[in-house]
Design a protein around this ligand. Structure first.
Ligand code: PLP
Length: 288
């Protein structure tokens, strides 16, 4: 619903959220207890689960990945995660912190018809204020206090200001049943326009879209995981980004970040962005 929504600005959110970086850290201790496999690598996942699935407590994945640029799951990949985790009694957690609400009102799980055991949410659910939420299977949630022994609480848990901003956000995006769909349709016009502009300029790009999320990779080959995202031409991205910035279009400043269209972007905003991209793609393909 945009950064400048007046009610949320009044509530202390909105404009205050613009461009705030977050810098997560993973400690050696946490890394020691974690195994990683490349996104979309079905064989590697199957092999890992065959080898030690019975000892793996949980599998956590962004079902639609947004933290290496936007990368979509290949056909059958999420179903494979569901089937293998079920087979080994492993909890499947969908991290929908970024793709929740943005890809569809009911998240990536509603698009791919996969029911995970747990879901994490953040960002939109707090209307820009610091709120995170998790939920899932009743028997798992019954482990949490006061029903069960797992005590989980925090200074800001259920903070009234954050709850007010979150509730208002959810009201805005649900009271018009087509709110998210309309923003998705606008995003498709934008990404179709970006692809056409890149083709005109002779820039080899992969333009990915999922709902209101999108990414442009300067790559002639499909981008399916971190390695192919990283192998994209980041110098070309830099020239594209700077040209867009000069023209007043503030994209996410890294190819590893995903861009979002909001409900308040106008048709004119979309058109202006596509026009700017025509120039930016031309700049991007100029070497040296
Ligand atoms: C998909 C996703 N999950 C989780 C997080 C981090 O959540 P938290 O700060 O609550 O650990 C982020 C942060 O941007 C994210 O993009």
């Amino acid at each position: 619903h945009g950064h400048g929504d007046s009610l949320l600005v009044k509530a202390g959110s909105g404009a205050a959220t613009f461009g705030q970086p977050d810098s997560p850290g993973v400690t050696a201790g946490t890394a020691k207890d974690t195994l990683t496999v490349a996104y979309n690598d079905a064989d590697a996942f199957r092999e890992l689960m065959d080898r030690c699935g019975d000892d793996i407590a949980a599998v956590i994945v962004e079902p639609i990945a947004g933290n290496m640029g936007l990368v979509l799951p290949e056909d059958g990949y999420l179903q494979l995660l569901r089937d293998e985790t079920k087979k080994h009694g492993t909890v499947l957690i969908f991290d929908e912190v970024m793709c929740g609400f943005r890809t569809a009102l009911h998240g990536a799980q509603s698009i791919y018809h996969i029911v995970p055991d747990m879901t994490t949410l953040g960002k939109i659910i707090g209307g820009g204020l610091p709120v995170a939420a998790y939920g899932g299977r009743k028997d798992i949630m019954d482990c949490v206090s006061p029903a069960g022994p797992v005590y989980q609480a925090g200074t800001l848990s259920g903070n009234p200001l954050a709850m007010a901003a979150g509730l208002e956000t959810l009201r805005i995006i649900t009271e018009d049943p087509d709110y998210v769909e309309k923003a998705c349709a606008k995003t498709k016009i934008l990404t179709d326009g970006l692809k056409a502009a890149a083709d005109e300029a002779g820039a080899a790009v992969q333009v990915h879209r999922a709902g209101t999320m999108f990414s442009v990779f300067f790559s002639a080959v499909p981008v399916t995981n971190y390695a192919t995202s990283e192998a994209s031409d980041q110098e070309a991205f830099r020239r594209y980004f700077l040209s867009m910035l000069e023209q007043g279009i503030y994209l996410a400043p890294s190819q590893f970040e995903t861009n979002f269209v909001s409900g308040v972007h106008s048709d004119e905003d979309i058109e202006k962005t596509i026009n700017a991209a025509r120039t930016a793609f031309e700049k991007a393909v100029v070497r040296g």
